[in-house]
Design a protein around this ligand. Structure first.
Ligand code: URA
Length: 435
């Protein structure tokens, strides 16, 4: 089928065959199909959607565009975890060590932060000396030795998605469930895990802002994972406020350490336990979620999960003393409090605005090539559902540069919605699950 007819078919609301989708994606990667044609097709998909079979075909076509990672040299069931992107989301730093501590291998390829959401690699690199650039043999060897490695992507994984995602980003066609599901799942499946647990974020600051949309995305991804023979499950979690209290690379590592040593914010601990229980069951380490939860709680409270993080830092060349004494992690030169302008209850905290404020302080990048400041960020002193008095500190800004502070200060203040309404409760953390 000519590209013109293929685009027209979707514009008219028709359904593509698998062969047509495979041919179109191959043509796009080869350069036979232009950016203009691919963008037109994405826009047609945006309005007319993809069926479940079309999503699976697109996933297959994208996987076939590049390398697939073979993790069979690592013994045991490899369970991967993916979050659709949130603010203050440091779950991988906590979950990886917890999962390794119950004996399941955690071989994770992560990404860098771009835009308002942070990336696990940047957080890890705030630990002095730590490298995330391990070649494949060293990655596999480390997982065999300590049960855990978190590294940057190696190999030419899903080049079709790199090209298509960049195009979608430029043409306002990112927010389509079929395109997002195929984009995420092609990378997860090509990365080689046997089972996949997805954390689909929902709320302001996430791709999906309502629960029905988040559920539709979760169901689409679970369907794709299962149809490729990977046991897949999803949790829908709230992003109507950031996860935990810290936003910013070294600040988030400190919070992860606190959680791994039995403390940390309640919502972060809870999400890690819920996601971890799913991983433990899919990975065959536990019979059910209740048994898994007990086992995982122990790893946080008896230091075995923290010990796994220490081993990871040591193996990946980082300074273990900075983990044992988190005050040695990068710290900003100055701090400023953001004070409550009125009394009431915090109703919501705009995650998107806080993510953008963190970026303005220097903790994230606008373009891939931007450098970041590991030390800066925001610590929330109030969370949704809490009462405040006028003049209380809502958040502490950790900063190194006055111009950047000025760009962030008001945005942080505006992110807090303070109401005088009675009975404002904390927004729910877990909004649903899909098996
Ligand atoms: N993350 C991805 O990897 N792809 C998308 O399309 C959206 C979020």
């Amino acid at each position: 089928m000519r590209a013109y007819e293929f685009i027209l078919a979707k514009r008219m609301g028709e359904t593509h065959s698998e062969a047509e989708i495979v041919d179109f994606i191959k043509g796009y990667v080869d350069g036979r199909i232009s950016d203009a044609q691919a963008a037109a097709w994405c826009m047609a998909v945006y309005f007319n959607k993809l069926s479940r079979d079309e999503m699976a075909a697109l996933t297959k076509a994208m996987i076939e565009s590049g390398d697939r990672i073979n993790l069979s040299a690592i013994e045991g069931i490899k369970v991967d975890k993916h979050s659709t992107g949130g603010v203050g989301d440091k779950t991988t730093l906590v979950l990886g060590p917890m999962i390794a501590a119950i004996g399941l291998p955690f071989a994770k390829m992560s990404g860098r932060g771009l835009g308002h959401t942070g990336g696990t690699l940047d957080k890890l690199e705030s630990i002095p000396g730590l490298t995330v650039e391990l070649d494949r043999p060293r990655f596999v060897k480390q997982v065999g030795k300590i049960g855990l490695a978190v590294v940057g992507q190696t190999g030419n994984l899903v080049p079709a998605d790199k090209k298509l995602y960049a195009l979608r980003d430029e043409t306002a066609t990112v927010e389509n469930i079929g395109l997002i599901a195929a984009s995420i799942m092609s990378k997860k499946i090509a990365a080689g895990a046997d089972a996949i647990v997805l954390d689909v974020k929902c709320g302001r600051g996430a791709f999906m802002t309502t629960v029905p949309e988040a559920r539709e995305l979760a169901e689409a991804m679970v369907h794709i994972g299962n149809s490729f023979g990977r046991k897949t499950a999803a949790i829908i979690s709230g992003m109507d406020q950031p996860l935990g209290r810290a936003i910013g690379n070294a600040l988030e590592v400190k919070e992860a350490i606190a959680t791994l040593t039995g403390g940390g914010p309640e919502d972060l601990r809870e999400l890690c336990l819920v996601l971890g229980a799913k991983m433990a069951v899919l990975g065959g380490a536990c019979r059910d979620a209740a048994e898994a939860r007990l086992l995982l709680e122990k790893t946080l409270d008896n230091g075995t999960a923290f010990e796994k993080l220490r081993l990871l830092v040591q193996e990946q060349g980082g300074d273990v003393a900075a983990i044992d004494h988190p005050e040695r992690l990068p710290g900003a030169a100055r701090q400023e409090e953001v004070l409550a302008p009125s009394s009431g209850t915090v109703k919501a905290i705009d995650s998107l605005a806080l993510g953008l404020s963190g970026m303005a302080l220097g903790s994230g990048r606008e373009r891939k090539e931007d450098s970041i400041d590991y030390a800066v960020g925001i610590v929330l002193n109030k969370k949704a559902g809490q009462k405040v008095n006028q003049g209380d500190s809502l958040a502490t800004l950790h900063y190194n540069n006055d111009v950047r502070l000025a760009a962030a200060r008001n945005r942080v203040l505006e992110a807090f919605q303070i109401t005088r309404e009675p009975n404002v409760s904390e927004p729910p953390l877990i909004l649903g699950s899909v098996e």
